[in-house]
Design a protein. Structure first.
Length: 165
């Protein structure tokens, strides 16, 4: 299906984007809670003791874990989105290439048709013995054979595409 001018993202890309936003917000909330707990616990420790705060705080790994999980989530989702966009661009390029191939085949077919008409005119001038009906029957037979070859080629192309998928 050709992409339309108004269609910017596929449904899958929108779902992944929404999932990324939701999980990002969730990760930010979890990280925020971790940071809040870290700072409140640190302040409580420094208030309770008159000494300097402890160098090994038990909540520090939680904060680092939350930050690392957020970075991992962002990287994973970003790479997935980038791959989807790249795949979409490749599909667009393949579609445009197929359109160009079809145009090229149409032009070639038109060229062959014009050559047949020219050959027909030359044949009618050189050989008056052939009637108009015989010439038309030959042309129709040639066109029918070419059309049959084109149909077979299209069917083989469809089968090849189905096998790819």
């Amino acid at each position: 299906m050709p992409p339309t001018k108004t269609q910017k993202f596929t449904q899958g890309q929108l779902i992944w984007g929404l999932l990324f936003v939701i999980t990002t917000l969730f990760s930010l909330c979890v990280a925020g809670v971790g940071v809040y707990r870290y700072w409140t616990a640190r302040n409580d420790l420094s208030i309770q003791s008159t000494e300097a705060p402890a160098t090994s705080d038990p909540l520090t790994p939680i904060v680092y874990t939350n930050i690392l999980s957020f970075i991992g989530l962002a990287l994973t989702t970003g790479l997935k989105w980038w791959r989807d966009v790249r795949t979409e661009k490749l599909a667009d390029l393949e579609y445009k290439q197929k359109e160009l191939d079809l145009q090229r085949e149409r032009l070639q077919f038109e060229k062959e048709r014009l050559e047949i008409e020219r050959e027909h005119q030359q044949a009618s001038q050189k050989d008056q013995r052939l009637t108009e009906l015989e010439v038309q029957q030959r042309e129709l037979e040639i066109l029918r054979l070419r059309l049959q070859l084109k149909r077979e080629a299209l069917e083989l192309e469809r089968q090849r595409q189905e096998l790819k998928q």
